[in-house]
Design a protein around this ligand. Structure first.
Ligand code: SAM
Ligand code: SF4
Length: 452
């Protein structure tokens, strides 16, 4: 059997796509390996969101090329594919910069991989045209055993692409226009996952809450409605979704946070900046106060909510005052977790052409201040759960023998001692300590609870 090694960079969409590529190649006789040295086929599933991410690909390709040469000397062939958003954005340039690459394939075209691998024997190939056919119609489902091996928490792509065109972002160019998968297809996939023991589904999309898929009755379903339907799938106990845009938080979705118990009290809702001037230049189409009011509305229906966000510091023209507005927004709202980045100019995006680029040292200083505040908030949120009893979905054995690891409703990692490992169960755990990256707790067995 031939072996394929897939390395994914960047977002959850890439993690999902990497699995689907492996499923596709399984039908061609490839089994997955975690060791690149033994792979007959190496796929780098790349990310183009920031310059650093894109450059990483070329250094990794240098290493893969050496490996290819070593294996060649030993009489073994290695084929190299570059997939994902760098593939989409740079296409032929990748073949030029790295002669060892056989195929470059965009995120919408990877269902054609088997064919591309065959054809590229005579000529190195680039396939980045946005296809007419829907790749999902051509992707095989993995075996039940494969799905089981991937664990009890799964990603499910419901939407791809983005029409928002934030001025800093490459996604609308690399992933294309917004497309929603039909409800029936999503339900089929959810039922297949549940049948293999999946308990938690995270619905993913570049702009997931813009979801507007065709329902079974022919009408257009919003994300709120889809979540309600998915909550009825037997076996599925937890639902999450990511990543959302504040402009697409409609009433139906907000209401779902209040009255859908399966929808976990965690929301990743990127704000990017707290300055109205910068938000406008970013083309985010919301102000800082609109974001504050939106959070108030969501907290009104679900006061018990862990909020998360993305931030960019040093966007072109960002002044000290603009940055202070971001710090104020963070202080006003309070985030349980977050991701923050220095602005990275991306070729072809409007912001890259804007005049006043912010000096690297200023960006670094702002990022460090922002991250200190966000980290303090994260630690405070985690410490706030000490003493509480939380429902924990058991995912895998813990770091030490006798420990088991799972996730709280707020997406925190939780570890506790347990003599039985019942992966997939949701148990009650009393949190006794908050470490820097995990919570530690004690299993509250049903009898203990009755006695308490
Ligand atoms: N669709 C999501 C949204 O609207 O927020 C996120 C898309 S992107 C994969 C994830 C995050 O990367 C963004 O929220 C943003 O904070 C960050 N990002 C995107 N482009 C960037 C750039 N040019 N420089 C720095 N960070 C960037
Ligand atoms: Fe990029 Fe998100 Fe803006 Fe779309 S909404 S352009 S994915 S940051």
């Amino acid at each position: 059997m031939k072996k394929v090694f897939v390395k994914s960079y960047g977002c959850q969409m890439n993690v999902y796509d990497a699995e689907r590529m492996a499923d596709m190649l399984a039908t061609e006789g490839y089994s997955e390996t975690k060791a690149m040295e033994e792979a007959d086929l190496v796929i780098l599933n790349t990310c183009h969101i920031r310059e650093k991410a894109a450059e990483k690909v070329y250094s990794e390709l240098g290493r893969v090329r050496e490996l290819k040469q070593e294996r060649e000397a030993a009489g073994q062939e290695t084929r190299i594919v570059v997939a994902g958003c760098v593939a989409q954005a740079e296409g032929k340039e990748i073949l030029r910069r790295q002669p060892a690459v056989d195929v470059v394939v965009g995120p919408q075209n990877y269902h054609r991989l088997p064919d591309l691998l065959k054809k590229s024997r005579s000529e190195r190939l680039v396939d980045t045209e946005f296809p007419i056919e829907d790749k999902f119609d051509h992707l095989p489902a993995p075996s039940k055993a494969k799905t089981i091996s991937r664990g009890v928490s799964a990603f499910l792509t419901i939407q791809e692409g983005c029409d928002k065109f934030c001025t800093f972002c490459v996604v609308p160019y690399t992933r294309g226009a917004e497309v929603s998968r039909p409800v029936a297809r999503i339900l089929d996939e959810a039922m297949r996952l549940a049948d293999a023991g999946v308990r938690e589904l995270t619905l993913i999309g570049q702009n997931v809450n813009a979801y507007h898929g065709e329902g079974p009755d022919g009408s257009v379903w919003s994300l709120g409605r889809l979540l309600r339907r998915l909550a009825e799938v037997p076996g599925i106990a937890r639902l999450r979704y990511t990543t959302s845009h504040p402009r697409d938080m409609d009433e139906e979705l907000i209401a779902a946070h209040g009255d859908l118990p399966a929808l976990m009290p965690y929301l990743h809702l990127p704000v990017q900046s707290g300055s109205d001037r910068i938000l406008d230049a970013m083309n985010r189409k919301h102000t800082g106060d609109e974001y504050r009011r939106l959070i108030e509305r969501i907290r009104k229906v679900q006061p018990d909510l862990a909020l998360s966000s993305d931030f960019i510091v040093g966007f072109p023209g960002e002044t000290d005052q603009d940055f202070e507005d971001t710090m104020r927004l963070v202080a006003d709202i309070g985030f349980a977790s977050s991701f923050s980045f220095k602005y990275s100019p991306r070729p072809g995006t409007p912001a890259a052409e804007m005049g006043e680029q912010v000096a690297e040292a200023v960006k670094a200083e702002r990022l460090s201040r922002l991250q200190n505040l966000l980290e303090t908030q994260r630690q405070a949120f985690n410490h706030g759960t000490v003493g509480q009893t939380l429902d924990v979905l058991l995912e895998k054995p813990g770091r030490h023998p006798g420990q088991i690891a799972g996730k709280s409703p707020y997406l925190q990692a939780v570890q506790f001692e347990s003599d039985v490992h019942r992966i997939g169960e949701i148990v009650t755990v009393r949190i006794v300590r908050a470490g820097s990256n995990s919570l530690f707790g004690e299993w509250v067995k049903p009898g203990d609870r009755a006695a308490a």
